[in-house]
Design a binder for this molecule. Sequence first.
Ligand code: ADP
Length: 492
Amino acid sequence: MTLYHNYIGGKWQPAHNGQTFPNYNPASGELLGDFPLSDQHDVDAAVSAARGAFAHWRRVPAPKRGELLFRVGELMKQHKEELARTMTREMGKVLKETRGDVQEGIDMAYYMGGEGRRLFGYSVPVELSDKSALAMRDPVGVVACITPWNFPIAIPTWKMFPALVAGNTLVLKPAEDTPLSALRLVELLYEAGLPEGVVNLVFGPGQPTGEALIHHPDVAVISFTGSTDTGRHVAIEAAHSLKRVSLEMGGKNAVIVMDDADLDLAVEGILWSSYGTTGQRCTACSRVIAHRAIHERLLEKLVPRIEALRLGNGLDEQVDVGPIINAKQLEKVHRYSELGKSEGATLVTGGESAREGELARGYFYRPTLFCDVRPAMRIAQEEIFGPTLSVIAVDTLDEAITVNNQTRYGLSSALYTQDVNRVQRAMRDLTTGIIYINSGTTGAEIQFPFGGTRGTGNGHREAGLAGLDVFTEWKVVYTDFSGKLQKAQIDS
Ligand code: ADP
């Protein structure tokens, strides 16, 4: 059995108090190792190392910081299969998806590596003669990256790579269910030549580890992805010290299927968006809003496909759907099945744990479908984060858009139609941060801003150029070369 350590200031070290927590494979119950249960003392050491390294790292030329990220991308490519297998073992999703998760990290390494030679500021004409001005980006300082378990490599890279190329140093606290993937990623950063102390890794749960990090006075930015309840708590706590906070939280994403849609295409999109990653994506589709004219036909096509999905250990290439992450989440998913029935929705398939054979060793749940769902039901409003889909029937596109928009979340939505006018209306009126036309609710590309409205976020975006805004401070420099006092233009 392996005992892993934190990585602080370039050294592997156990938690100061000697405590550990176990990491299990959710498909088999296998113990993968023990990790430090870090407290305030360890977090202080990690933040202090990051703070110490900032003085140097902020002055490394950005193109050099970018080159380091290119090397990280190369190493991730070389180790892609091994990283994917590690991730499947500790998180459960199938290999195809964990390879995709690593690929997203590789893409982000190259994208942000390129930013090392851009990091665009701007200069525009000024009002006074013999004077120039430019706006440039400065790093902010020490960043706390607090990440969830559903994208154990991709999400840390979405936070760390833009933070690093912009010249910040950081502390990563990964989710307690997926510490090993984060550890491998940090090892590769150092193999690529990162100076000690620039990235520090502390393991542990929200309490006490995450709490110590969000309250630390030397943490300047918190970049958080997780549940809306935790995100709100992080924002409230961080407000006391005016920390900058970027939050990526829940979703209640919908696929709208109109009466003119290619139904076979829609079925593929719905299957993938709803049951891929066992429904445990913030962009997972958990509502289908179907035009009444095709509602029955859609169900006829969809239900046998759901029932044919193969559950099992994600390391088996034949498997479509892996386990749920842990026992607590499995119970939550089942509670929503019971709730759906008690609210009057019709359970079409699923609604129970899968326990036959090998499945009994893990946290498996049957892909679940409810129909006769009304938009206000809790199963249609609350984030379940599991393989549970609700079908809502509507009569018009306007009604579909209203139903789509009326939840506390606003991450992604999708529309299946062949009608260009409907597409344009949907683009104008859907209020989510991401919209897909004729594909499911997942599939964001890293060169575009990622995030959502309402309870999904707090106005920031990750990825793309927008992803740099969280990790940079604008600084404007005015240079007067007239040799005389020129007052501000408003005083002249
Ligand atoms: P989930 O329910 O999906 O695990 P959470 O929002 O609880 O989502 O967790 C997301 C990340 O936030 C994890 O790394 C978790 O340890 C961390 N976290 C949880 N609670 C807190 C907290 N009070 N302060 C800081 N981080 C926290």
